[in-house]
Design a protein around this ligand. Structure first.
Ligand code: ADP
Ligand code: GN1
Ligand code: MG
Length: 373
């Protein structure tokens, strides 16, 4: 087996634990995810599929068996609701491969957790959205995903990361990181800390409305970064991936995180802040795709919350990157020492741009929903 960028893991030994068809020719480090380690397993036996091997980050996901059980339940539910391919509406559902012990993950002697998915051949994901069609398709994909899960009981799923989108908790974590100053970096980020403080009160609305029972908890994806959708060769959304955070949540978070990664003309970690502009046609296209699918189940309060989600998610993501920077880069994978603060600054610049266009963005959502009444 040829191993490219696979680090020190004994991939050959790990792969033996899974019920894989054919012979794997090699493994290659794959994808741009910030959390898990992903490897593309290439099959050398004709007629047998490729696979995707992942080491699940168990420092981030403390209960891996619970996480895998969530994915098993959600993928089974999606499969039971997905119409046949001839309906023209079908998307693919991620397929977990079982182990020779009949489990859906393998724990190795070093305590690492591994899982294998069927590799969706010929698909691609986008870190930066290029066309309105991609944005529209992305909106449809996440809207459809939520729609299919809208009558599944959220109580069935465990919280794979507690308080994941709780902005009050994220701000408490930031304040603690400032006080502790573990990496000695606080003095470098006074401007960013001020930016965060100025917006603290206005950003808690969704969380507070959720606590008051004004916004329903549904089964949501919670990591709707655009590269968590796979597209086919015709740029049709083929599959929603990265299901580790599928758990009870609010739709505004999914809307906001997708917008965060769609509307930005530059990369999430763009160091040149002048390159960070917003692309409003892509916002409109995503909103149309999403609302076309989801309008039937959204409450009025949820519709109102979508705009707030679009403002909150870049803010919360900036807070998370900043906190990780202050704590010494222990959560997100980084490529260089200042990576997390560059990411935080890029998110705050994006938020500034969104604030400038707030009235227009809110109106686009209102108009899109009104078209369905
Ligand atoms: P992370 O949690 O680290 O972001 P993901 O599950 O999103 O990990 O996977 C990382 C990347 O691997 C994705 O962005 C996508 O490009 C690719 N990928 C994930 N699942 C599949 C799959 N089943 N088939 C093909 N490519 C995939
Ligand atoms: C992480 O795993 P990935 O790269 O799709 C993170 C998201 C962040 C994102 C920022 C479990 O997503 O919450 O929004 O990085 N996932 C987790 O790029 O923390
Ligand atoms: Mg991902």
């Amino acid at each position: 087996m040829s191993l490219t960028g696979t680090n020190t893991f004994n991939i050959t030994a790990i792969v033996k634990h899974f019920n894989i068809a054919g012979e794997i020719a090699g493994a290659e480090a794959f994808g741009n995810g910030h959390i898990n380690d992903t490897f593309w397993l290439k099959n050398q036996t004709s007629g047998c599929p490729d696979y995707l091997l992942q080491r699940i980050n168990h420092h981030v996901f403390k209960d891996v068996p619970g996480l895998i059980e969530n994915i098993r339940l959600v993928t089974a539910y999606l499969n039971s609701k997905m119409p046949g391919e001839d309906s023209g509406k079908s998307q693919k559902v991620l397929k977990l491969i079982d182990t020779t012990d009949g489990e859906l993950f393998h724990r190795d002697a070093d305590g690492n957790y591994w899982r294998v998915y069927l590799f969706l051949a010929g698909s691609r994901s986008y870190d930066i959205v290029l066309t309105e069609q991609q944005a529209y398709e992305g909106g449809k994909a996440f809207g459809y995903f939520q729609t299919l899960l809208s009558d599944m009981d959220p109580q069935q799923l465990s919280e794979t990361i507690v308080d994941f989108h709780n902005i009050r908790k994220r701000l408490r974590d930031l304040h603690k990181a400032i006080v502790e100053n573990a990496a000695g970096r606080v003095d470098e980020v006074n401007a960013e800390i001020k930016f965060v403080s100025e917006r603290e009160k206005s950003m808690a609305v969704i969380y507070d409305q959720g606590c008051e029972g004004l916004l329903p908890k549904r089964i949501t994806h919670n990591d709707t970064k655009f590269n968590n959708i796979l597209f086919d060769a015709d740029d049709k959304a083929e599959c929603v991936i990265d299901l580790d955070t599928v758990m009870p949540g609010h739709v505004a978070y999914d809307f906001g995180d997708a917008i965060r990664t769609i509307i930005n003309t530059a990369a999430e970690d763009e160091p040149d802040l002048d390159k960070i502009q917003i692309n409003i046609p892509l916002f409109k296209a995503y909103a149309e795709g999403y609302i076309n699918e989801a309008h039937a189940f959204l409450t009025d309060a949820e519709v109102e919350s979508l705009f707030l989600g679009a403002m909150l998610l870049p803010y919360m993501q900036g807070v998370r990157f900043l906190t990780d920077y202050l704590q010494g880069d222990t959560y997100f994978k980084t490529a260089y020492p200042g990576h997390n603060v560059v990411r935080a600054r890029a998110q705050f610049k994006l938020l500034t741009k969104l604030e400038e266009q707030a009235t227009l963005l809110r109106q686009i959502i209102i108009d899109t929903v009104a078209a369905h009444k």
